[in-house]
Structures are given as structure tokens and as C-alpha cells.
Design a protein. Structure first.
Length: 334
């Protein structure tokens, strides 16, 4: 039987709880789509790819990859499964989440800076090592584990490949970045249509606390990156992945690469469903500028800090930081 119960986003106007302050909200000024954010063809010659990736990571902290070898159906199916999951009644998702140790952040459950709630539903769970993590994944929709396993295996492969190209471009030894990317956290979001996108946000301005993040942004716009004091819209490229440089890679590169400051805005027309995978170090890993990059004239700009300390200091996952960092993740990765 179809579920006709109304949802938090079935409203004619934006409730007060979801209205951001003037300084955070997008407002009515249109943000143009930026056509110069590089789109890197992973079929190019290696040196050419490395050059493009490093350039993009310095300039925008973000680029897109195409011709990455992942079949379109794997991405489409994964997004479809999340659309199904988010259409389940919130209490049902929450009950499963509580029982299995992953995190569900419904739109009303994540108080954020400024007190307003984000215009999204979101779930997060770890994915690596896969066998161990899968036992804690959602059991509904029933094909969730099968579909997301296929997706995440490919994402791991892709992320190692991108990290290898970045290692090479920075002049780090082979495997340097791949070796510390032991944790994968999947975070999927559903941003429903919103009656007034000028007042709301899908995600506030932030830098991911990852090495890199690999994002499938579906087929709707919403992601924006902050550069030189301005917001730029990230184009939707069919079948592409957006790669964000996270704060941990900014530190390792001693600031040569920049963590992308980004946010998500909403739209009036369509629900936008995305899957971001954070590629992270294990909690005890000490993150610091790579020694080979340091010289007398280029001293370390960041102090060494374990990933755990960094995340805790920044409350990276809001009220769920401890659960994600010290509960599920450390149990699985130890
Ligand atoms: O959904 C998106 O487009 C991006 C989400 C994001 O930035 C995040 O979850 O950190
Ligand atoms: Fe992000």
C-alpha cells in the first residue's frame, strides 16, 4: 500500500526551523555554473592527467573525472536504491539505523550552526574493510547491500587510482596516499524540492575532513564551490564523479593543494540524491605535511595531529562525531 503520510518537506512555505541566517543563506542572487572547473578524462596520457589534477586541486580544490571505467548502471542503481531508502518512513529508517550502528540524520535531527536544520535527509556508514562493515549496513531496501557493495568496490578502486595520480603529482613515493586511505565512509543525501531555495541549505559551507571525497551528484545541480570570495556552481556532467580535496590532503601537501570549501543549495523542482564517499585515514594515523615536501624555505605549515584528534577538535560529524569516529569506525578498523 502506498504511504500517504506527509513528510517534513511536504510544505507550502519553508518552516522557521529551516530558515538560515542572512549570512549563511544563499539569497536570491543567481550563482552561475562554472565551466572552467576541470573535467579530467581518465583515459588520457598519465602525465597529462597528473598535470590537470594537480592544477585543479590547487586552484579549485575540486575537479570531475570522466571515462573512469565504472559502468553507468552501477551508479544509476546505487542512486536508485538510496531514493528508495529515503522514501521509506523516517521512523523505519531510524529504527534500523539504531539497531545496526549506522547513522541516520533526518532533516529535523541535525541541529547545525545558526540553529537551522538542513534541507536534506542523510545517512552515513563505514564501508572498509567491506566484509566487516557490510554486516552493519541497512537491510532495507532488500537489495541495498548487494547494490552498494558493487558501487563501493568500484569507488575504492577509483579512489586509489586518483590518490596515486595525486601522489605522483606531488612527488610523493608510490603508495604514500593509498597506504593511509584505510577508511571509507559513505554518506548519501536526499535533498527534496524546496518551496524557497533562497532561505535554505542542503549543506552549509565546509571543507570535507577526508583525504579526498568522491561524489556522485546524480542528475541535479546543487553543489557550489567557494573561490576568490565567490560561489561557483558545479556543472552536472552525466556519469562523472566530482573529486573534492579534503583537509587531510591539504595538510599532507603542506597547503599546496587546497581543501575545497563547498555547500549544497536546494531547488524547487526535483529531489536531488547524491552519494559521497569520504576516503579517510584510520583514527590513529598521524597526519602531517609529507617530509619530502619540506625545505628550509618551505617549512611545515600544519602541526602533526592524529586524524581522531583532528575530527574531534572539529566535530566533523556534528553530534554524531563520537559515534562515527570512536564507535563504529574504530571498532572496525582496529
Ligand atoms: O551532496 C552533495 O552534493 C555534497 C555533500 C557534501 O558535501 C558532504 O556530504 O560533505
Ligand atoms: Fe562535503
Amino acid at each position: 500500500m502506498e504511504n500517504h503520510r506527509s513528510r517534513w518537506f511536504d510544505v507550502q512555505s519553508v518552516p522557521k526551523s529551516h530558515i538560515f541566517s542572512h549570512e549563511d543563506r544563499p539569497g536570491k542572487e543567481p550563482v552561475p555554473v562554472c565551466r572552467t572547473i576541470p573535467i579530467v578524462d581518465l583515459g588520457l596520457q598519465r602525465l597529462e592527467m597528473v598535470r590537470k589534477i594537480i592544477e585543479a586541486s590547487r586552484e579549485f580544490g575540486l575537479f570531475q573525472v570522466i571515462n573512469h571505467g565504472m559502468e553507468e548502471s552501477v551508479i544509476v542503481e546505487a542512486i536508485r536504491v538510496f531514493k528508495e531508502l529515503f522514501s521509506m518512513p523516517a521512523e523505519e529508517i531510524l529504527k534500523e539505523a539504531n539497531e545496526s550502528g549506522w547513522v541516520y540524520m533526518g532533516s529535523t535531527s541535525h541541529g547545525t550552526k545558526g540553529g537551522a536544520n538542513l534541507w536534506r535527509d542523510n545517512i552515513k556508514h563505514p564501508c572498509h574493510p567491506l566484509e566487516e562493515c557490510m554486516k552493519h549496513w541497512p537491510r532495507n531496501p532488500t537489495r541495498y547491500r548487494e547494490v552498494i557493495e558493487r558501487y563501493i568496490v568500484e569507488i575504492r578502486r577509483l579512489s586509489l587510482r586518483v590518490l596515486e595520480l595525486i601522489s605522483e603529482g606531488l612527488g610523493l613515493e608510490e603508495g604514500y596516499l593509498g597506504g593511509i586511505s584505510q577508511v571509507q565512509i559513505l554518506t548519501a543525501s536526499n535533498y527534496p524540492p524546496c518551496p524557497d531555495p533562497s532561505l535554505t541549505l542542503g549543506v552549509l559551507k565546509h571543507v570535507d575532513h577526508s583525504l579526498i571525497t568522491i561524489l556522485a551528484q546524480g542528475n541535479a545541480r546543487g553543489l557550489q564551490v567557494f573561490k576568490d570570495g565567490k560561489w561557483l556552481g558545479v556543472e552536472v556532467v552525466p556519469n562523472a564523479f566530482v573529486v573534492n580535496i579534503g583537509s587531510q590532503l591539504e595538510i599532507i601537501s603542506n597547503g599546496k593543494l587546497r581543501g575545497a570549501e563547498h555547500r549544497v543549495v536546494t531547488n524547487q523542482e526535483v529531489a536531488r540524491t547524491t552519494i559521497a564517499t569520504f576516503i579517510n585515514p584510520v583514527p590513529d594515523c598521524i597526519i602531517q605535511p609529507a617530509e619530502v615536501l619540506l625545505t628550509n624555505s618551505n617549512p611545515a605549515l600544519y602541526p602533526p595531529l592524529s586524524f581522531r584528534e583532528f575530527v574531534n577538535a572539529n566535530k566533523a560529524f556534528g553530534p554524531h562525531t563520537d559515534a562515527l569516529q570512536n564507535g563504529v569506525i574504530s571498532k572496525i578498523s582496529s
